[in-house]
Write a protein that binds this ligand. Structure first.
Ligand code: MG
Length: 422
């Protein structure tokens, strides 16, 4: 099964969903997805000449070669080359499993479970919001009045400085509660909200310190969500690395009565000591890992950082490294709750890996507000996510779906290649 071609397409959704298509000499095509990054498709094209002619079944060896090619570009331990390789790797696994005519989970040791529990990311309570490849807000071209993508860097920064109209208003706990109830009615048994939100109590954009009024505000939002869904739905909250360790500990103490599943990314990802201070004193389980890439980095998070739940993103780490990270965490009885912002392509690849992980807890779904998320998949009967679960089976080889390229083309990023279309 020799690799004949590597093609890419980018779908402009709530994020840039970057899809890799591997074409083989046996007519088998595999799809994979990368976590977004600026210049990502160019990076994949730069790697292409290493791939052409390789036996596409030698996946671990090929990925080692590709990552080593990124070492001198500063990408030896993470970043854009890892994102590129993760998408290529996932496409190779899909093609290889199709070649063997088995579902992907069979190649990672088989299934501990075929019903994969999914949690819904509810963002900060509002509907669809979209971020560019450098994480600034935008209106996708297919939603904007002009038919062009509209970017909002200035407004975004003001919001975090407490200066925008948005930041002058207090977030409404009843809106969070309403959103939580909707998601529960969709069948989800776990959900997550962002709590690092613009608010009138912010005193400084940069010092990471939470005012006591902000702590009370967040605790009020969490209380409202807990009261709305009861104790049979798990709740997580995300802080996006914004806080100091002492502010994170004060926040954790304030929300402890609401029995959260986890508090995510409280402190900057590059300070293992800050994480250690939080995990030492937090009465709420701490999850982190979406900005880490290798088993060595996760070893540090677990052993030195004392993290309670690891949350790698398999569209960054790659699937096989994701399995190794999960196995490492298992030796410390640390559960894994993978981060996922993908289209159905990345989500299905992640779901297959989760089937094969004993210490799997729950997989993220970040696309509940994207109107065409389900439409992007073909070859699946009904909705992929049903009542908060993805049900895998032995009937479908590879990741179990194909990309609907016509729908993908309707929502493509217009300044990017779309596979081999000219
Ligand atoms: Mg997060």
């Amino acid at each position: 099964m020799k690799i004949r071609d590597i093609q890419t397409a980018v779908i402009e959704a709530n994020y840039d969903w970057t899809i890799v298509k591997v074409v083989t000499d046996e007519g088998i095509v595999g799809y994979g997805e990368c976590f977004f990054a600026p210049g990502l498709t160019r990076t994949i094209q730069e790697l292409k000449h290493i791939l052409i002619g390789q036996d596409g079944r030698d996946i671990d060896r090929i990925c080692r070669l590709l990552r080593e090619a990124g070492v001198t570009a500063g990408s030896g331990t993470g970043g854009i080359v890892f994102h590129a390789v993760a998408g290529i790797e996932s496409a190779l696994w899909d093609a290889y499993a199709k070649w063997l005519d088995v579902p992907l989970f069979r190649l990672f040791g088989g299934a501990f479970r075929k019903r994969i529990r999914i949690y819904a990311d509810c963002h900060a309570g509002e509907g669809l919001s979209s971020l560019s490849s450098i994480c600034t807000p935008r209106i996708p071209w297919w939603m904007s009045e002009t038919g062009e993508t509209v970017h909002f860097y200035e407004i975004h920064m003001r919001a975090h400085g407490g200066l925008s109209e948005e930041a002058k208003e207090l977030p409404d706990p009843s809106a969070y509660a309403e959103r939580a109830k909707q998601v529960k009615e969709m069948g989800y048994t776990a959900l997550k909200f962002d709590v690092d939100i613009p608010n009138p109590y912010m005193r400084d954009e940069f010092n990471r310190c939470l005012d006591n009024r902000e702590v009370d505000l967040i605790a009020g939002l969490v209380e409202s969500v807990r009261n709305a869904v009861g104790n049979d739905v798990d709740i997580a909250i995300d802080c996006h690395w914004r806080f100091s360790s002492e502010s994170a500990i004060r926040l954790a103490e304030a929300i402890a009565p609401y029995r959260l599943l986890w508090l995510e990314d409280p402190v900057p990802p590059d300070s293992i000591e800050a994480l250690e201070r939080v995990t030492d004193y937090s009465p709420v389980p701490i999850a982190t890992g979406e900005n880490h890439y290798t088993r060595q980095q996760f070893h540090d998070l677990i052993v030195r950082g004392g993290v309670h739940i690891v949350s790698p993103d398999f569209q960054k780490t790659g699937l096989l490294e994701g399995k190794r990270i999960a196995d490492l965490a298992e030796t410390f009885t640390v559960p894994i709750a993978p981060h996922n912002i993908s289209s159905p392509i990345g989500t299905m690849a992640s779901a297959h890996l989760c089937a094969s992980i004993p210490n799997f807890l729950v997989l993220e779904h970040h696309g509940i507000d994207v109107p065409f998320w389900e439409e992007l998949a073909i070859g699946w009967d009904g909705a992929i996510i049903n009542n908060g679960y993805i049900e895998l089976s032995d009937d479908k080889p590879g990741i179990g779906i194909e990309l609907n390229e016509e729908i993908a083309y309707q929502y493509r990023r217009k300044d990017e290649p779309f596979f081999d279309r000219v």
